[in-house]
Design a protein around this ligand. Sequence first.
Ligand code: PHE
Ligand code: CO
Length: 297
Amino acid sequence: MVVDRQEFFKTLAEKSDGGVLRGDYSRADAQYVVTQDWSAYTAEQHALWRKLYERQVKLVPGRACDVFIESLAALNAADGIPDFERVSDALYQATNWRLVAVPGLVPDQTFFEHLAARRFPVTVWLRELHEFDYIVEPDVFHDFFGHVPLLFNPIVADHLQQYGMGGLKALKLGGLKNLARLYWYTIEFGLIQSPQGLRAYGAGILSSGGEIEYCLTSRAPRRIAFNAERVMRTLYKIDSYQETYFVIQDFQQLFDETAPDFTPIYAKLDHEDALPANSLLPGDVEIRIDQHRSLGY
Ligand code: PHE
Ligand code: CO
C-alpha cells in the first residue's frame, strides 16, 4: 500500500512538529537527495528484503506484464537491499535514467523536477517485520521492486519524464489533483492487456502481496478501458484496494494519450465534480475478466 504524496504533505504542513514523515530528512540536500549508505543496512534488514522479494517474485508470473518480469530478473535484486549506484549505472546504460536516494516522500515540485531530469527518487529505508503486508508510506521495497523494473522500458522511461514536465506545468495551472489521479491509476495501479490476458504494471499493485491477485481476479472492482480525461476526473482510495482499475492496451497508448496539452482539460475539470472511485459512466468500456484464466506456469 502506498500513500498519496499530496495527502501526506498536506498533513505535514498542518503539523508544527513536522514529525509525521518517517525518514530522516536532516541530511537531505535542496533536492531532498541523500546518500544511500548501503553498508549501514543490517543483516536483519537484508533478510527481511529477501523475504519480501521471495514472496513477491513468486507472484509475478502470469500477473505482472512481461517487461516487468524480464527487467526484474536482470536486476539481480533477490539477495538483499540493492545498492542504488550499481543499478543506476545499468539503468543509465539502458534508458538514460538514474536513481537518486531520498529519505521518503518529497514535495511535488521536487518530485516532478527529478522525473523531468530522468532521475527516479527511491526511498532508502525498509519497513519493519510487523509491516510485512501493509505499509503506510512507501519504502525501499515499494519504490525499488515496484517502480525500477519498468524504468528499463524506453517508452515508460520517456513517458515518466514527460509526466515530470507535465507536473511542473500542472502546478502552475492548478491541475495537480487531476494529474495526480493519472499517476495513481497508471504508474501506481495500472493494468495492461497482453495476448494472455490482463496483467499488472502499476507499482502499488506489483509490490503488494494481496492486490496483485485481487486486481486481476476479484469480481468486486471495475476494470475500465483507459481514457486520460476520465481518469483525471476520478477520485481514488488510498487506504484500501482500488475500486476501479484502468486498463491500457500497451505503453504506447499511455504515452500517446497523455501527450496532448492538458491545459484545456484542467480548465474544464476545474468546474466539474470529481467522480467517486467506483463510478461507471455511459462512455466507459468495461473489461471483463476471464473466469478460467490460466497463470501460464
Ligand atoms: N501532456 C501533458 C500536459 O500537457 C503532460 C503529461 C505528459 C502529463 C505525460 C502526463 C504524462 O500537461
Ligand atoms: Co509508488
